[in-house]
Design a protein around this ligand. Sequence first.
Ligand code: HEC
Length: 106
Amino acid sequence: MKIVTLLFVSVFFVFSGVVYGAGADLYKGKCASCHGKAGEGSAALAKMLKVDNAKLALNSATTQKLSNAELLKVTSDGRGKMPAYKGKLKDDELKQLVDFIRTLKK
Ligand code: HEC
């Protein structure tokens, strides 16, 4: 009985590790250049894009208080200088990114 529980728990952790990893990798590859590795934004990119770096910071209270639906919408449809990723990324990848943005919370 204990073994079964242990197996169940390990499978769960491996699985959540995979999901977390996918979002993290996508973020590193597609988003970190503008939004910073830890979601802190990028002063250099902000200057280049002529936007306030606060707009690039995804770890900020402003971004973190948005709903998952709102984060998903901006990531899918883009906004201003933020590129749209609908069609470039699969629906479940967009959701993994939203989950990953949550882990950036300060
Ligand atoms: C070319 C630079 C660039 C890249 C690459 C980029 N973004 Fe953005 N992103 C922006 C800019 C600029 C804004 C601010 C848009 C505005 O409101 O003017 C933004 C805004 C956002 C917001 C809204 C934040 C808020 O508080 O409203 C989210 C969510 C977001 N980006 C997610 C992502 C994700 C996820 C990726 C990777 C798939 C990504 N971005 C890639 C430039 C970028």
